[in-house]
Design a protein around this ligand. Structure first.
Ligand SMILES: [Zn+2]
Ligand SMILES: [Zn+2]
Length: 312
């Protein structure tokens, strides 16, 4: 790659209103100083982190961005709704930008390349900036043909608001003994810790894949970009830490390619397939798994085909 191809694009400064909104979401959990927090609130926080991380990776990412499995039209809507409870905007917005990331990984056109634009921009800057606000429906035309998904994409705050109300009501019932207590510190503490704190941690879990997973860790495959693998990030993000694997062969439903590469999202997707809710999960072909780069994979494929012909 020559230097000219690495000349950064002009990226505009963050929108102040967006930055303030983002900062407020980060500060809300601190309001628990006044309400206190119960054991139940912390359990909700952990549960909502894990539960929503699954829908981010299994939904936004592996379904909408990469079509790594198939499902019915009604369950596809459920997937989008569940993913959007994480307050990471519409499923079509998320997936369209992610497809863009893969197409231009670690080049100036990449929305969030740490190599080109630095840590803060790749982590948060591109989200609070004005350059990536719109959904490019052409990039995501395969799903933009469903009006219900376009509606949800436009009204992307509906799922997190619905979840926040449910969580607050549950807090009222469990902490306060009655649903009417949801408007007191019984419900509000569940909202601050159960909902908002887990939402903030989810943001940084997801964003760390965009930023540091293109810098730290090991590179098993030559992908031509900076993507890396990290077992720690894979544990925190339910499998997304196998990011170099994923950049190498993005259509697979699994990102841990070997049995020891823990990929909780993959196990959960398998469970959904056993229930008949999703199907046609794409795996990783042997010649891809054991190769070093695309040329090597092609060579391995020829060798394996030859082997098959001989034994047939
Ligand atoms: Zn990436
Ligand atoms: Zn991806």
């Amino acid at each position: 790659m020559t230097d000219t191809t690495l000349t950064p694009e002009v990226r505009r400064k963050p929108i102040l209103k967006q930055e303030i909104a983002f900062a407020i979401v980060h500060l809300i959990p601190l309001a628990a100083i006044w309400t206190g927090a119960t054991f139940f609130d912390w359990m909700v926080c952990i549960f909502l982190y894990v539960f929503r991380m699954f829908w981010i990776t299994g939904g936004y990412h592996r379904y909408f961005a990469h079509k790594s499995y198939k499902t019915s039209r009604w369950f596809q809507f459920v997937i989008a709704f569940m993913a959007q409870t994480s307050a990471q905007k519409g499923a079509l917005w998320w997936a369209a930008h992610h497809r863009h990331h893969h197409r231009h990984s670690d080049t100036p056109a990449d929305p969030h390349s740490m190599k080109i634009y630095g840590f803060w921009y790749s982590h948060i800057g591109w989200i609070v900036g004005p350059d990536f606000k719109e959904t490019d429906y052409k990039v995501i035309g395969d799903y933009a043909k469903y009006p219900e998904l376009v509606w949800l994409n436009k009204h992307y705050l509906v799922p997190p608001v619905v979840l926040a109300v449910i969580v607050t009501a549950l807090g009222g019932i469990v902490n306060g003994g009655s649903i009417t207590m949801m408007f007191t510190s019984a419900g509000l503490s569940t909202l601050f810790i159960g909902f908002f704190l887990s939402t903030v941690i989810l943001y940084h879990g997801t964003f760390s894949i965009n930023s540091i997973m293109h810098k730290f860790g090991r590179q098993r495959y030559k992908t031509g970009d900076e993507s890396r693998n990290s077992v720690w990030l894979a544990l925190l993000t339910l499998g997304e830490g196998w990011h170099n694997n994923h950049h190498y062969y993005e259509v697979a439903s699994r990102q841990g390619f070997f049995w020891w590469e823990i990929d909780i999202t993959w196990y959960m997707l398998k469970a959904l397939s056993w229930m008949g809710l999703i199907w046609d999960l794409k795996g990783v072909p042997k010649h891809v798994k054991y190769s070093k780069d695309k040329d090597h994979a092609r060579q391995l494929k020829l060798e394996m085909d030859e082997e098959l012909r001989k034994t047939a």
